[in-house]
Design a binder for this molecule. Structure first.
Ligand code: GDP
Ligand code: MG
Length: 305
């Protein structure tokens, strides 16, 4: 399973990636590899069978720590999107190259509103995370639409004259995108174009089909990042009011906690709602202050996300 991190520039994608792939805990008993610079291993946490059912566990492909099971997944840090990426703007092509392999996506949003649509710093609270969510998803759909509609007149005519099945023709167009043919069939059905002659498809039909197939094949979780900044609450509420589920997320804090845990300064397991300082004497005032701030974030949101 490969999970991709998407979002516009400077929202904290790489910080999230670094935090998530930093193994704060003892080395795993399976090969730990960073596949390449932007692909790493993360661990999803759930209760282990040893605590849940009181049985003896013997994890082979995952790790059990203090009754919590950490299950490895692959994570890919994908190049940031800018408006117009589907036309090759910014690192558009690199984005699309990485994103196509993902089975699910984490969309990181700068919930503090301290970056504009191109990721440039602006005064906190003035950015509009809701329009960021929209533009990133739309860029993705427009890119898919550009893949599907390439030489559409020719391809659709040929497919019709050869009596080729629509799912097959589209599966070929979308190959390499980790999209299943049943997902294509379902998306055609939902878009209402299953029985429409492909030569009559409009750009809008193609776009709607692409949006539907993206929702099916690459489900997105929204992560409202930079939760340490005071301007997040208003934006998190706005995202929720727009009908979207969102996970509040503090990547920089998580990064710091995992590094401190690795050095043995604190006891902290990723996903915990608190931490214990083990070696307080080694901390300077600034570090103590940072940990106090993080402790407040954990009590407010229940975890770093
Ligand atoms: N306050 C705050 N800043 C963050 C957080 N995560 C990332 N940043 C900052 O946002 C900027 C962009 O981060 P980066 O990870 O490079 O973003 P990317 O372009 O999306 O990969 C950097 O200055 C980070 O220090 C966070 O949780 N809180
Ligand atoms: Mg980055």
């Amino acid at each position: 399973m490969l999970i991709g991190i998407i979002g516009k520039a400077n929202v904290g994608k790489s910080t999230f990636f670094n935090a998530a792939t930093e193994l704060a805990v003892q080395a795993a008993n399976y090969p730990f590899t960073t596949i390449n610079s932007n692909i790493g291993i993360v661990h999803a946490r759930q209760k282990c069978v040893c605590t849940e059912f009181g049985v003896q566990d013997n994890p082979i492909h995952s790790i059990c720590i203090d009754g919590n099971r950490f299950i490895p997944l692959n994570l890919i840090d994908i190049a940031g999107l800018v408006p117009g990426a589907h036309l090759g703007k910014g690192l558009g092509n690199k984005f699309l190259d990485d994103a196509r392999q993902a089975d699910a996506l984490i969309h990181i949003v700068d919930a503090s509103g301290s970056t504009d649509s191109e990721g440039k710093p602006i005064s906190p609270g003035t950015g509009d995370p809701i329009s960021d969510v929209r533009f990133v998803e739309e860029e993705f759909d427009l890119w898919l639409a550009s893949v599907v509609s390439r030489d559409w007149n020719k391809v659709s005519r040929e497919a019709e004259s050869q009596g080729q099945k629509l799912e097959q023709m589209l599966a070929k167009r979308l190959s390499g995108l980790a999209i299943g043919s049943h997902q294509i069939a379902d998306a055609l059905d939902e878009t209402g174009i299953y029985y429409k002659k492909t030569t009559l498809w409009t750009q809008e039909d193609i776009f709607n089909f692409c949006k539907t197939i993206r929702l099916k094949s690459k489900p997105i979780v929204l992560a409202a990042n930079k939760a340490d900044l005071p301007t997040v609450d208003k934006n998190i509420n706005a995202i929720k009011n727009a009908g979207r589920d969102v996970i509040v997320c503090a990547s920089e804090a998580e990064n710091l906690l995992r590094r401190a845990a690795k050095k043995g300064i604190i006891h902290y397991l990723p996903g915990d709602n608190s931490f214990n300082i083990k070696r307080e004497a080694e901390l300077n005032d600034q570090q103590k202050k940072a940990l106090r701030i993080i402790s407040n974030i954990l009590s407010k949101y229940g975890s770093t996300g």
